[in-house]
Design a protein around this ligand. Sequence first.
Ligand code: PLP
Length: 374
Amino acid sequence: MTRPYNLSAGPAILPPEVFERTAAAIRELGPADDPALEARLSILEISHRSKTFEHVHHAAMDLCHDVLGIPRTHKVLFLQGGASTQFAMVPMNLRQPDRAAAYVDTGVWAKKAISESKLFGETRVIASSAASGHDHIPALPGPDAYRDASYVHLTSNNTIYGTEWERLPQLEADVPLVVDLSSNIGSREMGLENVALGYAGAQKNLGPSGVTIVFVREDLLGRSAPGPVPTMMRYATHAAEDSLYNTPNTFGILVLRNVLEWMRDHDGVAGIGAANERKANALYETLDGSTLYRAHAKPGSRSRMNVTWTLVGKDEAEGEALTKRFLAAAQSAGFCGLKGHRLVGGCRASIYNAFPEHGVQALVAFMREFERTA
Ligand SMILES: Cc1ncc(COP(=O)(O)O)c(C=O)c1O
């Protein structure tokens, strides 16, 4: 039986080469030229303090700079607790006395970040796409809206709605820009030098769940926020110990390293970004050229990672019935994970870096045939 096409929003598809290398490392880490005895053991059983693991760990950190384009002025951290923990760590560490935190509300994940910020103090929503069902990226207001803020926070790609900032904005005031990059990190050249602090759960473009990549401009590590911050929740703790303050997710970091090496060997974010654009364009052209499918995101705000749509009938009930039939037929034809997020319904194709172009072509052919026979 051929492998199904995996369109899951996360944990998500990874390159087959990564599965092969990782499977080998579960049996015996290697490489053959590592003289340490631990190299002949499994990644699952060696100490995070061993030279062999340190080698993997630091290679992964270097690749974050070299492949993802994280500037060397920023410290890379490998943390746990997912992007959801960052929703709290950001205000805990970056909030300044008597200064509000400014947020852009582009849907569920942004709202969760806003709720956590409210636990710590005044939180200002400076732009929102809520009124139109989060179908676009709202314009950022002028600097008067955030000049006095502790930081400005936004979500670069909205996994649930399928909207994405075409370009990360450059703030017009000297305020740190904080970005949740969970679902488009590494998907193209992103201009990360304008980001003061970025974070992403690895489980979409970069590896398995359980590792969160955080990068933080060195000068922000010295910021002291009002109120006590528990040791494990301080960025400075993890920065001082190179993310080895406590036991990290050693397996996840090994897979992350393998994925980053795969990206490096596939022309990095420039080459992968060009392929991602071709994949997304093929799907949006199919949606826009159809009377059965309707794309959710407006042009100019469309995600290259998560493409979302519904099927249209003569009324809402018929549209929902058609969507259900479409999803069942897609599953039978070998496309997994196409169902939209439980909060919004519809369909969602998550076409992360490792999703092949031939998979998009197969999906387009399936969609056209379904429409012809519907
Ligand atoms: C944009 C975005 N932010 C945050 C999260 C939450 O991530 P985690 O499950 O790693 O906490 C997700 C999960 O899908 C996401 O898509």
